[in-house]
Design a protein. Structure first.
Length: 329
């Protein structure tokens, strides 16, 4: 399980070799205990505190401690110092970022993203006869961008980066416009927006992406990869470029889950707060979203490579496959 700590003033410490989470509820303390062997990560937002004993117990049990911003975006993590893999992987990763190997991986990730978007619209079309023709038109446009992406050629990623971003951006606008048109008028939105979200749908989506960023970074670290050394996204200071590259095919996990919550009318105005220039997910919204998204990632199984697996396991497996491909003779 993952422990999401987002109630202001919550304190995480140790009692009897278990994590004890103490939260002030009115005038009394609400106390919960969790065995360390059942915890995969601890995610803390601003206004929380954790003891050094709890951090040490987490490190001993290979549990990463993540510090997240108000919108769920991970801004830092405490992780043990062991790389868990040969340094050869990172050396090959650097080499790949400068040649055609990196370019081919970037094309694969973006192509997979476009394919997943098109597949999701196909799923939505099945139960929307009135908008079948409209959705099919959008699917065709996404598939055209997919074809154009596959045709791109170059010696390294920077040769095609601008063109690829153009395809990806245009496809994204079509995709999100379509999702918006399929929601009730109350929750329709105008494109993607982040930090802050301009509407409740993007507020939920941004928080889901934040959870996903954290999972992708952890998967890359476990596979022995450097999350800062990417192939397409810029290597700016403190920019986890590979996380932003590798996450692309998996973004539809967040989009599918959030759209499902909205279309099932499980979300209302009580789940978000209006802030300056936008919206943010409040505690009620997080209580709804987080367990649903964790179940979607960790418990629900899908068929992948002739085997039923969780989406979280598939993500980790793909990270290992990517790392192994870099050092394969």
């Amino acid at each position: 399980m993952q422990l999401f700590i987002n109630t202001y003033g919550t304190y995480v410490h140790i009692k009897d070799e278990m994590f004890e989470i103490r939260t002030k509820v009115e005038k009394t303390d609400e106390i919960k205990h969790f065995a360390s062997h059942k915890v995969k990560s601890i995610i803390l937002q601003k206004g929380m505190s954790i003891s050094t004993d709890a951090i040490i117990l987490a490190l001993k049990n290979n549990i990463d401690v993540i510090i997240a911003d108000y919108d769920g975006f991970p801004i830092g993590r405490i992780w043990h110092g062991k790389s868990g893999s040969t340094s050869k992987i990172r050396k090959r990763q650097l080499e790949a970022s400068l040649n055609e190997t990196g370019l081919n991986w970037v094309k694969d990730w973006i192509s997979a993203k476009l394919l997943n978007q098109a597949d999701y619209l196909k799923d939505l079309k099945k139960n929307r006869k009135a908008k079948e023709e409209f959705i099919e038109e959008k699917i065709s446009k996404l598939e055209e961008f997919l074809k154009q992406t596959d045709k791109l050629k170059g010696a390294k990623t920077e040769d095609i980066a601008d063109t690829l971003r153009g395809y990806e951006g245009n496809a994204g606008r079509i995709y999100f416009e379509t999702l918006s048109s399929l929601l009730s008028e109350e929750y329709s939105f105008t494109g993607r927006s982040s930090r802050p979200a301009k509407d409740p749908f993007n507020a939920f989506l941004n928080y889901s992406y934040g959870i996903l960023y954290s999972r992708v970074e952890k998967a890359l670290i476990i596979a022995g990869l450097d999350p800062y050394l990417g192939f397409m996204h810029r290597d700016d200071y403190n920019q986890k470029s590979l996380v932003f590259d590798f996450i692309e095919p998996y973004r539809t996990h967040a989009e599918r889950l959030v759209f499902k919550l909205f279309s099932a009318k499980r979300i209302n105005k009580s789940h978000t707060d209006e802030i300056k220039n936008g919206f943010t997910l409040n505690d009620e919204g997080k209580k709804l979203l987080v367990p649903e998204f964790m179940k979607y990632l960790e418990e629900d199984k899908i068929l992948y490579k002739n085997k039923h697996q969780s989406r979280a396991n598939i993500l980790q497996s793909d990270a290992h496959q990517f790392a192994n491909s870099l050092i394969k003779d």
